[in-house]
Design a protein. Structure first.
Length: 246
């Protein structure tokens, strides 16, 4: 594995951690690898560590090159600075694809909460559309978006027919980002015939990340057991869409 901390904007402390497969012995048949860009949540006030490496390593274990974006937050969250960070990250991944043996056509993006807003915004509002989009309890509609970042646009009305397939999940009892954000998005997916897979779990808190206990240490933590499967389900989804290693 090669680890690198990549500075994208020093002034705003925007950087990206990369975890790149470098082992070739025993993997001679693999010429190119898929990649995934992980965008943690945090309400545009911080970037959640619970939604960074714990998530990224789940995909690294399945052969993905992993990038984790720490985007503009706090006083720098003014739109469109975070969107510019997304574009910078995707551009970097593609520009360095030869040296990292990354397939530029098989890059997925995953975002959580406010990071889900940024991941969706990058897909909908920039020219850097990924091959597949994964959204975990995302901030999408205008009302919720303006709670966390009054300068950012709501995204529900930006979904359209020509975007990449989407995997989305949420819990009914989320107290921070109402599940209506996801339900409204699903209606848009259906309207525009966007390929999607949706999982609405019966109960669980906001920000549960992978659902593992080591990232949810509160003694009061309870989660629908079905939600523990979202990572495996999303990898199956990516295999169907991106067809990595083929």
């Amino acid at each position: 594995m090669k680890y690198e901390d990549i500075i994208l904007n020093k002034e705003r402390n925007v950087h990206m951690r990369s975890y790149i497969w470098t082992d070739t012995e025993g993997f001679e048949q693999i010429n190119l690898r898929p990649a995934i860009l992980v965008i943690p949540g945090g309400g545009y006030n911080h970037c959640s560590y619970r939604e960074s490496e714990p998530v990224g390593m789940s995909y690294y274990a399945k052969g993905y090159n992993v990038y984790i974006l720490y985007y503009s937050i706090m006083e720098y969250k003014i739109w469109p600075l975070p969107l510019e960070d997304y574009v910078s990250a995707m551009t970097y991944i593609k520009d360095h694809s030869n040296e990292t043996m990354t397939d530029k056509d098989k890059i997925a993006v995953i975002g959580f909460s406010a990071g889900g807003h940024l991941a969706a915004a990058g897909t909908l509002l920039s020219e850097e559309m990924p091959g597949a989009l994964i959204l975990g309890y995302p901030v999408l509609n205008e009302e919720t978006t303006h709670i966390y970042n009054p300068t950012a646009p709501g995204l529900t009305d930006y979904f359209r027919k020509d975007i990449c397939p989407v995997f989305i999940f949420h819990t009914m009892t989320d107290q921070s980002v109402p599940v209506e954000n996801t339900l409204e998005a699903i209606e848009k997916f259906k309207t525009y015939d966007i390929p999607y897979e949706a999982h609405i779990y019966e109960y669980g808190p906001h920000g549960f990340s992978t659902g593992d206990r080591y990232v949810n240490g509160s003694p009061d933590f309870t989660l629908d057991p079905e939600a523990l499967h979202w990572v495996d389900d999303s990898i199956r989804f990516l295999n169907d869409i991106l067809k990595p290693f083929e």
